[in-house]
Design a protein around this ligand. Sequence first.
Ligand code: GLU
Length: 488
Amino acid sequence: MSSDDRPGPRFRFAPSPTGIFHVGGARSALHNWALAHRHGGTFVLRIEDTDAARNEATWIDGIVDALAWIGISADDERFEGPFMQSAGAAAHGEAADRLFASGAAYYCDLSPEQVRERAEANGTTGYDGHSRDRGLGPGPGRVLRFRVPEGSTVVSDAVRGEVVFDNATIEDFVLVRGDGSPVFVLANVVDDIGSRITDVVRGEEHLPNTPKQQMLWEALGHSPPRWAHVPVLVNAERKKLSKRRDKVALEQYRDDGILADAMVNYLMTLGWTMPGSEEAGSEIYSFDEMLERFSLDHVTSSPAFFDIDKLLAFNGEHIRRLSADELVAACDPWLPADWDRDRFAAIAPHVQQRLTTLADAPGWVDFLFLDDPEIDDQAWSKTMSTEYARGVLADSISAYEAAEWRHEVLKETMEREVMAAHGLKLGKAQAPVRVAVTGRTVGPPLFEALEVMGRDEALRRMRAALLLLDDRDDRTGRADEVGGGSGD
Ligand code: GLU
């Protein structure tokens, strides 16, 4: 079925290419996608490129890739576009001509400085309607302005209810600049009409444009779409998220090891409560579950705090939901090229519980891929200075020389032959072995790590640690003698 014949509402996402893909934009895209899905409608992607002439192919690809990462697929039959706003120049010009011809718009020859001077002299802000009745036609440097009618404009918004704007507060705004280029409000409305958009769902920052756009829809002979303005995203200081202050680029989160499912889940909860989530005591959902249930009814109008710690917590939860194969595939881009993937696959499930981001994965398991562990000095001195460290290591080595190399057996062997002999709890008994083979006091479960490492390598590391312990003890002993220490 061609998209023109497809019934149902038509939503759109209309990003301005700014170089980064803002998380707020990603949320708007998800809202529109979810609604198009839920109502059997269409999702139109329009790139609003009229203000920036840049390398098109690169940033269109960037936007389509970013959308694909969060599950909005250009291959889906509901997806239409991407359309370039610049391709609609002729339609923008025609609409401007029509508005002029009908008297809904008029030309004005004042320069921006003259507009400012007049406003100062009048004690007002903005344009005073100077050319409303001067009957000017088009000409170089002349701007086309919309003749704002008297009265008020009532925007019916699915999130905010009826928002009333007094038209006296809206100046006769510019539609076409002196150089003939259309301004955002005109191009945006003409394109929405051209794509037969029925629903405009976007960020709250566009609410002030909406009465102007609604007047334009009407002046061009169309009923306005259903509007919905979703709440602004703010940072911990309750300030609007900004490119300068905050981490707002979707790509950055992807590169930092956030899973797409977690990002989508988190973005969807910003300003929206999934029905049933409070009873369930969990906000963790798959995209499909949310697509089925998203509606504007449960979107709030108050600002939504973009809480990175909460996003990280969501990410941990989504990482834990991955199957073993999915986990390995998801971590792959963060692994050094020369790491043995089979070895990683063997250890990955044992660190799954501990990961906050995918980027954390290598740091948990790198000891398995190095020739020798990198010994952390603090971990060494804390663990190896105990009076039992040497005995535990030596006994573990002899017990492990013959043990069957499975983690259950390695654990039982340590319990039977080391813990009991030294009168230690398991945590203490395994600490010297852990530092010997991993170099650290924290890491994946020890016996599983030993199993993955293999007997030869594990024993070699344990023996090397024992030698190092002797060597350090010798040196400490000599130092004591030279220093005239009392010894014992
Ligand atoms: N191009 C506008 C923006 O990126 C979006 C306009 C709209 O959604 O109507 O903010």
